[in-house]
Design a protein around this ligand. Structure first.
Ligand SMILES: C[S@@+](CC[C@H](N)C(=O)[O-])C[C@H]1O[C@@H](n2cnc3c(N)ncnc32)[C@H](O)[C@@H]1O
Length: 233
């Protein structure tokens, strides 16, 4: 069961460290934005449920797997992952927003899941003692202060021969809907503290040994990428 001591893992970034002030400012805005939305997350939870389910299908989880979830929010994926890994597996989920972590913990407590743990952390810098069999990030990488670094962290956190699945949002990649991109861009920046400086798909392609856009929705503006970390040889 989660304990408050996990809050020690929140990473201070406004200390002039290598992560820089832009990183610290983005993180601080993320905390404010996502703390605010934590009370109003039901709509997003319902609207994206089929896409999240399809993304988790790509993980092909087995009973006993250890899974990492990056930017878990209020724990919208917990029940499905817990169903897949059973009581012998483990789910470790990280999020930077204290209010989201509180909601996620309440969900864990309500279900009595003893093998689901949440930890407040900046997913771009967090370290884990044990690597994971699989990892998932839904609607979270695109709001990270350093997307490429978050992807590198995910890669480092996995065992060889494992899968990372990402479901996320981006501007319309082609077609007439592209005319809407400046508005989409502004809306996502305001609503979600979206990070326009990173490219989730490109970073996944660079960092992972293989990656493929497996599903697209809403004319490509939302998509799922399945990535593989292969055996070290
Ligand atoms: C749109 S919500 C997605 C929540 C959930 N995964 C879902 O599918 O609905 C984005 C989440 O990413 C979290 N987040 C943003 N930046 C983060 C960071 N640097 N480290 C960890 N979590 C972060 C936010 O706090 C927020 O809960």
């Amino acid at each position: 069961m989660a304990t408050d001591s996990r809050d020690r893992d929140a990473t201070p970034t406004n200390d002039g460290s290598s992560t820089g002030n832009g990183h610290a400012a983005h993180l601080e805005r993320s905390r404010t934005v996502w703390d605010r939305w934590s009370d109003w997350y039901g709509m997003s939870e319902n609207d994206f449920e089929p896409m999240r389910e399809a993304a988790i299908d790509h993980l092909a989880l087995e009973s006993g797997d250890r899974v990492l979830e990056i930017g878990c929010g209020p724990g919208v994926n917990f029940e499905r992952i817990r169903d897949d890994i059973g009581t012998s597996g483990e789910l470790v989920a990280v999020d930077y927003s204290p209010a989201m972590i509180e909601k996620a913990r309440a969900r864990i407590d309500a279900h009595g899941w003893e093998n689901v743990h949440v930890r407040r952390a900046d997913a771009t810098t967090v370290e884990f003692e044990e690597p994971f069999d699989a990892a998932l990030a839904t609607l979270s990488l695109s709001v990270m202060p350093d997307i490429h670094r978050a992807v590198e962290t995910a890669y480092r956190s996995l065992v060889p021969d494992s899968t990372f699945v990402v479901f996320d949002v981006r501007p319309f990649p082609d077609g007439p809907a592209r005319v809407l991109n400046p508005f989409v861009w502004r809306f996502l920046r305001w609503y979600a503290n979206w990070n326009p400086e990173g490219d989730v798909v490109a970073s996944l392609d660079t960092v992972f040994d293989a990656s493929e856009v497996a599903d697209t929705y809403m004319q490509g503006a939302t998509y799922t990428v399945v990535c593989e970390k292969r055996d070290a040889d």
